[in-house]
Design a protein around this ligand. Structure first.
Ligand code: ADP
Ligand code: MG
Length: 386
């Protein structure tokens, strides 16, 4: 994971690479999904918050149709493409994220022309913290201004989502981009994926002496993509058999009847979605009334549901959760799509060292890869830095 750079340092790196200063610097955060997993494509509820890890992009417009892109991450060097012949073939590797955004904007009639772009991200890639949406949202925010497109944040959410769906080819919902673009300092974003409406929910962890510890297990299971598709298919089957437009329309009171209509596995998948939606609503209510110190049990119940009913956890995630809970975490759960990635633990700030040490020791004892463990706090959404 890269160290953070000041806006001035990002300008310096851009200038060193491209020989002149950029037109501006924008940043957009990664996110943690506090609760609400696999509920997005069931038209349900999610509750992500933007984290203090961001993708920073410096961009300078050019007079010609050439685009040059450089990331501080990896050793690929400068990638050069001709924007006049942009196609799905020329948008590959990491550049599919920024170029995908520009391509979608082009489809919407916002033309950008050539540009130089330098990316420096502190969002770890592939850890379930949405490094991809952070790039999309920073780039979308930048070109919205540079091309004077006048798109709202909600419209930029859809630009990022289309880039991810149509160019990168990942069938994701609006959760990641909503968190990255709509978050405000000290708040989570409560998002209704059916109506695509959102509202901020207070999440001032520091004021209550709390923090969220992320445990990146570094596990990426080869079957993650297949597992995701299989879970989506189960949810669609469940909704079809139960005669609803989406599992959002099933409530806890319907589960008794659903058990008689569905095969046992599909029933467990449905039960996760139904109870998870309710847990999101309950978490929002608790945050509004009592504050983050009281949501721990809901987080832990969410993990149990993903482990036992949705079956998307893995031994590393379970060990991270169980160890954090055994060492004083108020609640803990895997976060993201599952089959690897990260777990989060809501802990008292004072117990950070103890939880960290215990998780590292447990992973070493189990012979697992050493995880990356770091604290995150709620942060503002995408913005211009310079
Ligand atoms: P996640 O969004 O959960 O981090 P994804 O697989 O959706 O995982 O996105 C990760 C991809 O985003 C990487 O494979 C890479 O293409 C791109 N990416 C992330 N961070 C950077 C970076 N700093 N520089 C270049 N590309 C990056
Ligand atoms: Mg992603």
């Amino acid at each position: 994971m890269s160290e953070s750079l000041s806006p001035e340092q990002i300008v310096e790196a851009f200038t060193a690479a491209f020989g002149q200063a950029p037109d501006g610097v924008w940043s957009a955060p990664g996110r943690v999904n506090l609760i609400g997993e696999h509920t997005d494509y069931n038209e349900g509820f999610v509750l992500p918050f933007a984290i203090d890890r961001t993708a920073g992009v410096a961009i300078g417009l050019r007079q010609d149709s050439t685009a040059r892109l450089l990331s501080s991450y990896g050793d690929q060097g400068v990638v050069t493409v001709d924007m006049d012949s942009l196609s799905h073939d020329t948008m590959s590797g990491w550049t599919a994220y920024p170029l995908g955004v520009v391509w979608v904007l082009g489809q919407m009639g916002v033309s950008v022309g050539g540009f130089d772009l330098f990316l420096h991200s502190t969002v770890p890639s592939g850890a379930g913290l949405s490094s991809s949406a952070a790039i999309e949202c920073a780039v979308a925010s930048a070109f919205n201004e540079l091309a004077a497109a006048g798109l709202s944040s909600k419209e930029l959410v859809l630009v990022g989502q289309r880039a991810e769906n149509e160019v990168v080819g990942a069938p994701t919902g609006i959760l990641d981009q909503s968190a990255s673009l709509l978050s405000t300092q000290g708040h989570a974003v409560f998002l209704d994926c059916r109506t695509q409406t959102s509202r901020p929910v207070p999440l001032d962890l520091a004021a209550d002496g709390l923090l969220v510890l992320v445990v990146d297990t570094k596990v990426t299971h080869a079957h993650a993509t297949g597992g995701y598709a299989a879970r989506r298919a189960s949810c669609e089957l469940g909704a079809q058999v139960l005669g609803v437009a989406a599992l959002r329309d099933v409530t806890a009171a319907d589960l008794g009847e659903a058990a008689g209509l569905l095969d046992p596995e599909t029933f467990r998948r449905v039960r996760h979605i139904v109870t998870e939606n309710q847990r999101v609503l309950d978490t929002v209510a608790v945050l509004d009334d009592a504050g983050p110190g009281a949501i721990g049990a809901l987080l832990t119940a969410s993990h149990a549901s993903m482990r036992d009913d949705f079956e998307i956890s893995c031994p590393e995630l379970d060990l991270a959760v169980d160890t954090a809970l055994a060492h004083g975490a108020l609640g803990a759960r895997m976060t993201g799509g599952g089959f690897g990635g990260s777990a989060i633990a809501l802990i008292r700030a004072a117990s950070e060292a103890a939880v960290r040490t215990a998780v590292l020791a447990a992973f070493a004892d189990a012979g697992f890869t050493t995880p990356d463990i770091f604290a995150v706090s709620p942060a503002p959404g995408a913005r211009r830095l310079q």
